[in-house]
Design a protein around this ligand. Structure first.
Ligand code: ITT
Length: 204
């Protein structure tokens, strides 16, 4: 059985696929569809709201059972910003890599002079599974706590990973292997909770 993961972010697809593989469901991304469905405006103010909106819109448009996720970074010293605007914090223009770099630069500027003990932050992920008739099958969440580093470090992952410092291991999220990141990340937690739902929906 196939599930559509409603994302065009290849990193999200890779991370979620890895965790859902044992359920026996095949997870396909938007890029593998022959025709791109219309993209809904992500205009909710919460991660949960945006995940729900995307799951329902893409499930209806494609006739697939559809999993959507919305995620981002909440920084305590910025009252939770960039939050649901994480993807386009600095700019909505340019390639994914250019946007990620500009976002990281802007975040470091905003936090310049903020001492380590006030640099608490977390990635948040909300996931929603919807059926083609628009009904919601399940919703899950995950969080991934750390501190915003003074400078980017590491080449793995994507987005703000080079800036999320994990004091217990002395590494940024971008210095973890993909398996290590999945084991402790917001998306990993939300996807593992979703895997438990999927296990109940269909046999392997
Ligand atoms: P889709 O909407 O197509 O899924 P997107 O990347 O635009 O792709 P979001 O709107 O959910 O996704 O934005 C999430 C942003 O939050 C993402 O672009 C990153 O900047 C950041 N982010 C989320 N999860 C992250 C992670 O695991 N590591 C680093 N940054 C992350």
């Amino acid at each position: 059985m196939r599930i559509l993961l409603a994302t065009s972010n290849p990193n999200k697809l890779r991370e979620v696929r890895e965790i859902l593989a044992p359920t026996g469901f095949e997870v396909v991304g938007l890029d593998s569809l022959p025709e791109q469905p219309p993209e809904p405006a992500e205009d909710e103010t919460t991660f949960e709201g945006n995940a729900r909106l995307k799951a329902v819109a893409y499930a209806r448009a494609t006739n697939y059972r559809c999993l959507a996720e919305d995620s981002g970074l909440e920084v305590d010293a910025l009252d939770g910003a960039p939050g649901v605007y994480s993807a386009r914090y600095a700019s909505a223009e340019g390639s994914r890599e250019q946007r990620d770099r500009a976002n990281n630069e802007k975040l470091l500027q905003e936090l310049s002079g903020v001492p380590p003990e006030e640099r608490g932050a977390r990635f948040v992920c909300a996931m929603c599974l919807a059926d083609p008739d628009g009904s919601i099958v399940a919703e899950t969440q995950g969080r991934y706590e750390g501190l915003i580093a003074d400078a980017p470090r590491g080449d793995n992952g994507f987005g703000y990973d080079p800036l999320l410092y994990l004091p217990d291991v002395g590494l940024t999220s971008a210095e973890l292997s993909p398996e290590e990141k999945n084991a402790r990340s917001h998306r990993g937690a939300a996807a593992r909770a979703m895997a438990r739902v999927l296990e109940r929906l269909a046999p392997h």
